[in-house]
Design a protein around this ligand. Structure first.
Ligand code: FES
Ligand code: FES
Length: 162
């Protein structure tokens, strides 16, 4: 099948590759661009492990064709940390034991990153609702929710201090 030329901005860097029109964004990110932090699970839009940020929205990259993403601005888990180290969400997941095997964690953190931009001070219910598309088979969710709420308050305090 004829390959398409795909141009993306990923984690602030312009990137280009060739991909077949039927290829999924998750495969392009992992196999053509080497960004293996985004995981693959169900490939049917249920589990959320493939979540990335595309043009300011969380998307499940197993449900986006590479062709649809042409020209898009994408943030993956590799782009969440800052120059000064882990993002507050990442350290909060570590401190609050928001992961066990870690397979769901890139998708969880990437989704939570967008959620906290949309709603910087969410209630517990809003966190649970906002994260409903991301499944975890290990943690029971309690510590994931705790980690996100803690990160939200840390991020608000940091912003107030700046
Ligand atoms: S791999 Fe995309 S939602 Fe499960
Ligand atoms: S930590 Fe194992 S699936 Fe979430």
């Amino acid at each position: 099948m004829k390959k398409m030329h795909i141009e993306l901005t990923v984690n602030g860097q312009p990137m280009e590759t060739l991909a077949e029109p039927r290829e999924l964004l998750v495969h392009v990110l992992r196999e053509r661009l080497g960004l293996t932090g985004t995981h693959i699970g169900c490939e049917t839009s249920h589990c959320g492990v493939c979540t990335v940020d595309m043009n300011g929205k969380s998307v499940k990259s197993c449900t986006v064709f590479a062709a649809q993403a042409n020209g898009a601005t994408i943030t993956t888990i590799e782009g969440i940390a800052g120059a000064d180290g882990m993002h507050i969400l990442q350290s909060s997941f570590r401190e609050h034991h928001g992961l066990q095997c870690g397979y769901c964690t890139p998708g969880m953190i990437t989704r939570a990153w967008r959620l906290l931009q949309e709603n910087p001070s969410p209630t517990e219910e809003e966190v649970r609702f906002g994260m409903a598309g991301n499944l975890c088979r290990c943690t029971g969710y309690q510590n994931i929710v705790k980690a996100i709420l803690h990160a939200a308050s840390e991020m608000s305090a940091k912003e107030a201090a700046e």
